[in-house]
Design a protein around this ligand. Structure first.
Ligand code: AMP
Length: 431
């Protein structure tokens, strides 16, 4: 399989060869013919899969083959962060090097006037973050009546970042006759709802990815002081009436201590870890499966291979220091098509672990607090763009800067020093 057999023109194939690509990636094999056919596409794909070329190459070909329908931009690519927008725009330029197509990128946090000037000179493909795009639209610097293709990249992160209103507004301003492509690492209920309103009989594409967390597991983070964790866990178990919870601790000693505390609070619990005899472990697991023990407290090693059907709830009492362990842990819930919940109690000193996890799963987890358990110190470390496989496009690092620069996010509150106060996704919840 090569790029020309997917139906791409010689100029585009030459551009991919310049980049050293010899064979299309799995997402490209599926997305390129689908986009070329003119149909809407909904693709589950993450950064690192080659999705950018997967939508850009056929987009460029269609733009070259079809006559322009109106004035202004012909294709609009929306991305959640500045970094992603810039990277996508760089790819568009690379792949369009032998094409007459012009492109530009706009995002917040930088001067708007050069962007206005560039748009005035004429742009075919515009890559934008939603907030700045709305600013430009309101200033009359961009028109949408010639848009033939809309692409939403990392749609899940856009929703996580509170861009849904801007996105809906933008969609409402576009011509109704257009091709729509949606790319998202995960497909939650909200994403599907957005897809239903935006896509018309889409071709659905999915490729296997490593280190993804299942979409049917709802994940959240509860920032809380270390000293308050066991009390918060007891409260969550009781208030939510959880009957079967698997709780992870980092150490065997921690597992024993937590089990005793839960028992003291009137919650049946058992620990399972490497210092327990096989008999004790089997007994604890059986009691848990039978519903005689509500909480099973386990360490990572002991939990490997535990397959408990329909486990509804997993709690990380402490975050693992190896990010991959997080993916394994939460894989204990939401098995075999069931939906599950995974929540993590995270104290200030675990900020680095959280950053590592969010970078790995390429997703920022929503923060929640329970009244009476607000942390005295906020989680400090933010995911830093690092030399990761995604070119440092970790969720947090890019996101904060992306948001502070979006210019038009009505819910973004950038004035606080507390990292959590800036999150539009943070919800207060009484357990
Ligand atoms: P993306 O998932 O779009 O962020 O792309 C991830 C990386 O894969 C980028 O650095 C691309 O340059 C690279 N890439 C995209 N398509 C291919 C391909 N067919 N062969 C090799 N590398 C590719």
């Amino acid at each position: 399989m090569d790029f020309s057999s997917l139906g791409l023109s010689e100029k585009l194939v030459r551009a991919t060869a310049d980049q050293g690509y010899t064979t299309p990636s799995p997402i490209q094999e599926k997305a390129i013919p689908a986009v070329l056919s003119g149909k809407d596409v909904m693709a589950a794909a993450q950064t690192g899969t080659g999705k950018t070329a997967g939508f850009t190459l056929p987009l460029l070909q269609r733009l070259a083959e079809t006559p322009r329908k109106g004035k202004g931009i012909r294709a609009l690519i929306l991305a959640p962060t500045r970094e992603l927008a810039a990277q996508v725009a760089a790819s568009v330029e690379l792949y369009a090097r032998y094409m007459p197509t012009s492109s530009a990128v706009v995002f917040g946090g930088v001067k708007i006037n050069p962007q206005i000037a560039k748009l005035r000179r004429g742009v075919d493909v515009l890559v934008a973050t939603p907030g700045r795009l709305m600013d430009l639209y309101q200033q009359g610097a961009v028109r949408f009546d010639g848009v033939e293709t809309l692409i939403l990249d990392e749609a899940d992160r856009m929703l996580d970042m509170g861009f849904i209103r801007d996105i809906r507004k933008i969609i409402g301003l576009l011509p109704t006759q257009r091709q729509n492509l949606m790319f998202s690492a995960t497909f939650s209920g909200d994403i599907r709802k957005l897809a239903e309103g935006m896509l018309n009989d889409p071709v659905q594409i999915e490729v296997a990815t490593r280190n993804t967390t299942a979409d049917n597991v709802e994940q959240s983070v509860y920032p809380v002081d270390q000293s308050q964790k066991s009390a918060l866990l007891s409260q969550l178990v009781k208030h939510n009436d959880w009957q079967q919870v698997l709780v992870f601790t980092r150490t065997k000693h921690g597992a024993n201590r937590l089990t005793q505390k839960l028992e003291k609070d009137g919650i049946t619990a058992a620990a399972i870890h490497g210092n327990k005899s096989q008999g004790a472990r089997t007994r604890a697991l059986n009691d848990f499966k039978q519903g005689e023990v509500r909480v099973l407290v386990a360490t990572d090693i002991a939990a490997r291979g535990l397959d408990i059907k329909q486990l509804p709830q997993v709690v990380n009492f402490e975050l693992p220091n190896i990010p991959e362990d997080y993916v394994h842990r939460i894989g204990r819930t939401g098995r075999a098509g069931e939906s599950g919940h995974a929540l993590s109690l995270v104290s200030a000193d675990e900020g680095k672990f959280l950053a590592g996890i969010e970078r790995l799963i390429k997703k920022e987890l929503p923060r929640k607090t329970v009244e009476g358990f607000e942390p005295s110190v906020s989680i400090s470390a933010r995911p830093k763009p690092g030399p990761s496989a995604n070119g440092g496009r970790g969720p947090g690092g890019g996101q904060n800067r992306g948001r502070s620069g979006n210019g038009g996010n009505p819910r973004g509150n950038n004035s606080g020093n507390n990292a959590q106060s800036r999150r539009p996704t943070q919800r207060r919840e009484t357990a």
